[in-house]
Ligand binder design. Sequence first.
Ligand code: ZN
Length: 243
Amino acid sequence: MRALIVSDVHSNIEAFQSAIEHANDTEGFDQIWSLGDLVGYGPDPGLCIDLLRQYEHVAIAGNHDLAAVGKLGLQKFNMHAAAAARWTTEQLTEEHVDFLAQLPIRLEVHDFTLVHGSPRDPVWEYVITAASASANFSLFDTKRCIVGHSHIPFVCAPKGESAQFFDFPVDLPVRLMDDKLIINPGSVGQPRDSLPTASYALYDSENQTVTHYRVAYDIAATQQRMTEHNLPQYLINRLARGR
Ligand code: ZN
């Protein structure tokens, strides 16, 4: 079984389509695991939901998905994110709302726990420091945990009482051993590690590997759509910088 692991698609249909095409052209995949924030920020929330649903999938909700359907207030969102969230809500059909509203915030699949933020706080916590990672290692029972939310790809392993972050190498399969790991596939639709290319991962259950891939997509087309919808200029600009 091969799973295409995507997170933080953020209504960026160009990036999402490119990731799917790239995965099909490389290893192929049987199902999609979506780590949340399928919508928010970008111009095509409905198309992204529809595209995910064309495939066998496992999906959890992120803070932007919950906000779009009124299950989370906008108090903790910055003004650009809040503006985009309000706009997103207006775009969704009843079917889209129903889909997002039924997503769980934590799931176990194969040997993985899936959460958007962290096992400790699936909605909001960013796993970006050794302290946050080490605190979370004891809070999942599977061998591995996959998170999103920070839009930064990494592999993290326990190190004594603490934790160590490793760069998630591109195009190079990481062999999964018995160690506990926290993995972030990066963001498909709004990468923030200074690379503007869509980031995703592919899990191969037979070979027990997970591989990080980057793929170029038509950033200008997404930016154009955002401009047409009067989405915040800051959100438009950041796509080209990958920040
Ligand atoms: Zn996000």
